[in-house]
Write a protein that binds this ligand. Structure first.
Ligand code: TRP
Length: 447
């Protein structure tokens, strides 16, 4: 296994894992999901899900990866070689294709909005024009397909260069830059006229709004944002050195990821409310409708606009890389493919799967309003693969680590490189609390 590659340092792992976690999930998906699901009530469910359900699963995935040094399918097989667990690993690989397909569409939008902001399209913009601009942009089928292709090609390029040469290098400077610019945007957004209404909606929970759908959306968002439930963190953990402290790395990743999501809420909610937009109507385009107006009202907005969309595109790239890496690692480890071949073939398939999402925001009206589900294709795919499939995947990881591999063996693996004082707490969470809650929440949603 000497040729699988390794992170150069623990900080390299944290940056790469945080790079995987921080992306469109925080800035695009979190605000619009929260807006559709009651704002403050969603925020509380989300934070609880992150700490009680997702963090224990994150530790489990990283530890399983480091112990087996394998991709998800291989990791399950190493410990328990049955069709059931092989199948679970395989669903993770399949979810990777599907998430990559719609995620790259939105990532393509950030590239498109970068070029729009450079060309000065947002100067003097009003909320109505911002909405129209997004509508025209999303309905341009050729441009949508070009942007999707550009983004998948970029992802293929970085993944084919391998773990530390590609992934790690890109995460190091860009993350702090992104945090800096978010802080400036946050200050501007909070000082807009009418901002307080947005803050009120975001922070003041209306518990009567909590339904089974809110809870499943919040839990799914926690998994999505932390890249859990499909084996990304198993795969990244497999490149982690035997010397590194897993619980502290996991805590850093959760801390950074959650900070960015919370900041995103403080940026988008006040901006949207000050423009009089009703959260129940927010769709996948919400962020792209809200921010141009914000930049136009910001000192040096002409500079910050392009910089923001560029950094967001890069944050999305460090995430798509981590998604593509899962199927790629599978085909390298299990099928003996070369890295380049694996990245190209899988990327091309994800591109094909991405076409309906790319055309669902106005280009092909039939994809924009599907019968029965009453939503558009991208939103539907986002829910099926980004929520349900990940939740089931996370449930299976928890069960696998706690009962098949056994939590004590996982603790021994963690203790091989660090003290793990909270081991008894983690054991209770991963054995009982986390899997039972995931199960009940999924059941509550389906019944
Ligand atoms: N977490 C990333 C984001 O928030 C997206 C992502 C990367 C992901 N890898 C994943 C989501 C694996 C689900 C599963 O943007």
């Amino acid at each position: 296994m000497a040729n699988r590659g390794n992170w150069n340092s623990k900080i390299g792992f944290i940056l790469a894992a945080a790079g995987s976690a921080v992306g469109l999930g925080n800035l695009w998906r979190f605000p619009y999901t929260a807006g559709n699901n009651g704002g403050g009530a969603f925020l509380i469910c989300y934070l609880l899900s992150v700490i009680i359900i997702a963090l224990p699963v994150l530790i489990a995935e990283i530890t399983l990866g480091r112990f087996t040094q394998k991709n998800p399918v291989g990791a399950y097989q190493t410990i328990r070689n049955t069709w059931l667990w092989k199948g679970v690993g395989f669903i993770g690989v399949a979810s990777g294709f599907m998430i990559l397909s719609f995620y790259s569409v939105v990532a393509g939008w950030t590239v498109g909005y970068f070029t729009k902001s450079v060309r000065g399209h947002f100067i003097g913009i009003t909320p109505t024009i911002a909405k129209e601009q997004f509508g025209t942009f999303a309905a341009d089928s050729l441009f949508q397909l070009v942007l999707l292709s550009i983004f998948i090609l970029l992802t293929i390029y970085v993944v084919s260069k391998g773990v530390s040469g590609g992934i790690e290098k890109y995460s190091k400077i860009l993350m702090p830059m992104l945090l800096g610019i978010l802080l400036l945007m946050l200050i501007r957004s909070l000082t807009l006229k009418g901002a307080s209404e947005g803050v009120e909606f975001y922070l003041n929970p209306d518990f009567s709004k909590i339904t089974a759908k809110t809870i499943v959306a919040a839990m799914g968002q926690a998994f999505f944002s932390l890249s859990l439930g499909m084996g990304t963190m198993i795969t990244y953990g497999s490149y982690l050195s035997k010397k590194d402290n897993i619980p502290s790395a996991a805590a850093w990743v959760v801390g950074i990821d959650t900070l960015v999501a919370i900041m995103a809420g403080f940026i988008i909610f006040p901006a949207l409310f000050s423009q009089g937009m009703n959260p129940a109507d927010w769709g996948p385009g919400a962020m792209f409708e809200a921010l141009p107006v914000l930049f136009d009202k910001m000192p040096l907005g002409m500079l910050f606009g392009p910089l923001f969309f560029l950094l967001l595109a890069i944050a999305a790239l460090t995430s798509t890389i981590s998604i593509l890496e899962v199927p790629v690692a599978y085909f390298i480890d299990q099928k003996g493919w070369g890295r380049k071949k694996a990245a190209c073939i899988i990327g091309a398939i994800a591109l094909l799967f991405g076409i309906p999402s790319a055309l669902s925001q106005g280009a092909v009206p039939a994809l924009g309003k599907l019968p029965l589900v009453n939503t558009d294709f991208l939103d539907l795919w986002n829910f099926i693969w980004g929520n349900l499939s990940l939740s089931i995947g996370a449930l299976m990881v928890a069960i696998f680590v706690a009962y098949v591999w056994k939590s004590q063996k996982a603790i021994a693996e963690i203790r091989g490189s660090s003290t793990f004082k909270l081991a008894p707490l983690w054991e209770v969470l991963i054995k009982y609390i986390s899997p039972i809650l995931i199960f009940i929440i999924l059941l509550g949603f389906f019944l």
